[in-house]
Structures are given as C-alpha cells and as structure tokens.
Design a protein around this ligand. Structure first.
Ligand SMILES: *[C@@H]1O[C@H](CO)[C@@H](O)[C@H](O)[C@H]1NC(C)=O
Length: 199
C-alpha cells in the first residue's frame, strides 16, 4: 500500500510539466512554424529536452528524435526546429519533455497525439519570383516616350530597314547558330553528367 502511494506521488511530481500544444486539434506542418507550449511549476526542473516520438515505425522509422536539448523551461513556448532529415508526415506523433538527451525515457510531460501535414509555402515563393518579370515588361512613360507605348524598334517609332530587313549577311546568323549549338551542347553535357551521377 505504501509502495503504491509512493509511486503515485512520484508520478504526480514528475508530471507537473504540462504540454498544451501541439494537440489533436492543432497539429504541425512540414513548413511550420511548429509551436510547443507548456506550463510548469516552481518545483519542476529548470530545463528539459524536447523529443518527437511516434509508435508507428512506418511513419517515423527512427523513434525518439531530439528536437531541442536543454530548453529553458521558464519560457513556456518555443518554435521547434525540424529533425535532421526534415519533418516526417502522418498521425500519431507526440512530443515528450524529457530530463536530458541521455535520459529520453525520463519523461516530464507528454503532449496529446497530433498530426504533421505537408505544408504549402512553395506556392507563395513561385508567385514572388514572377513579379519582377511582369514589372519589367510594363511600358515606361517618360519624356522620351510620352505615350508609354512599347517602342522596341527605335525612338522614332519606325523599323530600321538596314538592320532588321536587309541584313542577310551570313556571319551574324552563323555566329548565332554556333551559339545555339554551343549552349545545347553544354546542356547535353550537363544532362549526361547528371545521368552519370544518378546511375
Ligand atoms: C538543467 O537543469 C538542471 C537542474 O534542473 C541543471 O542541473 C542543469 O545544469 C541544467 N542544464 C542546463 C544546460 O541548463
């Protein structure tokens, strides 16, 4: 009887840290930010080590991934950085607050189960890249071009016949042809090298 009471009181003091997030409603994503929130009492250890766990080896082949060692417990919240192989995805994840990296089984607190889903931040970075190109193609209104028309042929608005229409001399087009073949050749060499690397 006394043994059971001692075990229960030990368990109660060891579980004073309490994790409120992540949880079953508020999971994580592969793009983050992935927040851990906890509460503690004065008698709790000053620091803990944050560990990502999952009982399903098909979701997380290596269990007990240390996300952060010796976290200052008084801060109440942190943004978790991904494990070295990046965030796994799936369900049944938990974060454990453990004593230190050498005592992963001395658990101070454990979150509810939560999911890690694929994030979508790559969409915004693609649209960000396209912005400068559309700005560059917008006609510029200036003193030299008061109507703001696209005026590629020249400042007087007419084509230059000696350059654009009658210049059929072979040397410039041959040079362009060599240039095109040259860049294709470089591309082919690059692809061959890539193929060799992947083989
Ligand atoms: C973590 O806290 C323990 C006591 O709870 C202390 O002995 C240890 O030095 C602390 N470690 C760090 C890195 O703050």
């Amino acid at each position: 009887m006394r043994t059971i009471a001692a075990v229960l009181s030990l368990a109660a003091s060891a579980l004073a840290y309490s994790v409120s997030q992540p949880n079953s409603n508020q999971g994580w994503t592969t793009t983050g930010p992935n927040i851990v929130s906890w509460s503690r009492v004065d008698t709790d250890a000053k620091n803990f080590t944050l560990v990502l766990v999952n009982q399903d080896r098909s979701v997380m082949p290596q269990n007990d991934q240390v996300l952060s060692a010796f976290v200052d417990g008084t801060t109440g919240q942190l943004t978790a950085s991904p494990p070295s192989g990046g965030w796994p995805t799936g369900k049944g994840f938990q974060v454990n607050l453990v004593e230190d990296p050498n005592h992963l089984n001395t658990i101070l607190a454990q979150s509810n189960q939560f999911t890690i889903t694929q994030g979508t931040s790559s969409v915004s970075s693609v649209s960000g890249v396209s912005t400068p190109a559309s700005v560059a193609s917008t006609p510029v209104v200036s003193a030299a071009n008061p109507t703001g028309t696209n005026n590629a042929a020249g400042t007087d608005g007419s084509l230059n016949p000696s350059q654009s229409l009658t210049d059929t001399s072979p040397s410039p087009s041959n040079a362009a042809g060599r240039l095109a073949i040259g860049s294709q050749g470089i591309l082919a060499m690059g692809l061959a090298a890539l193929g060799a690397l992947l083989a």
